[in-house]
Design a protein around this ligand. Structure first.
Ligand code: HEM
Length: 143
């Protein structure tokens, strides 16, 4: 990812990164099969778990991971560090039985959330998609 594209993605992410609970709720609401993969949340009503500490903790872990990767993006020197982090994520999720389809569902919900809550032009959309294409190529190579 170019440093310019990384900056565009980071500025969009900065607008939503404090809405971690809302982001995870949007993902679960659109894709109950994703919620069902979480031992702590399977079979529960989304409205009843959304305010819980466990929900906030999981939401924060996911958002922090994205922030961690984005902090490294746009610099060829940090590509190996990104690959290590994302390969680990891919392996962890493979071990939990998460599928490519579910990762694609997650991507669709996340993109929908960010594009609706951050200034979103063609340039931002292109940078966002490029970033996610890069990360998903690494994740999918592990699944
Ligand atoms: C745990 C991030 C997609 C299911 C985690 C954790 C992170 C994370 C950081 C905690 C660390 C760990 O245990 O690995 C992400 C990111 C995703 C993604 C960045 C997309 C790019 C998904 C999808 C599913 C999923 C699509 C399910 C269909 C889980 C489960 C856990 C988990 C079940 C363990 C929760 C527990 O500890 O009980 N994820 N995840 N994740 N993720 Fe994801």
């Amino acid at each position: 990812l170019s440093s310019g594209d990384a900056d565009l993605v980071r500025s969009a992410w900065d607008k939503v990164k404090h809405s971690e609970v809302d982001i995870l709720a949007a993902v679960f609401s659109a894709h109950p099969d994703i919620q069902a993969k979480f031992p702590a949340f399977v079979g529960k009503d989304l409205a009843s778990i959304k305010g819980s500490a466990a929900f906030a903790l999981h939401a924060t872990r996911i958002v922090s991971f994205v922030s961690e990767v984005l902090a490294l993006a746009g610099n060829s020197a940090t590509v190996p560090a990104i690959k290590t982090l994302v390969n680990q994520l891919g392996q962890n999720h493979k071990n939990r039985g998460v599928t490519k389809d579910q990762f694609n569902e997650f991507r669709a919900s996340l993109t929908s959330y960010v594009s609706g809550h951050a200034p979103w032009g063609d340039n931002v959309a292109a940078a966002w998609n490029h970033a996610l294409d890069n990360v998903y190529e690494i994740i999918f190579s592990n699944l």
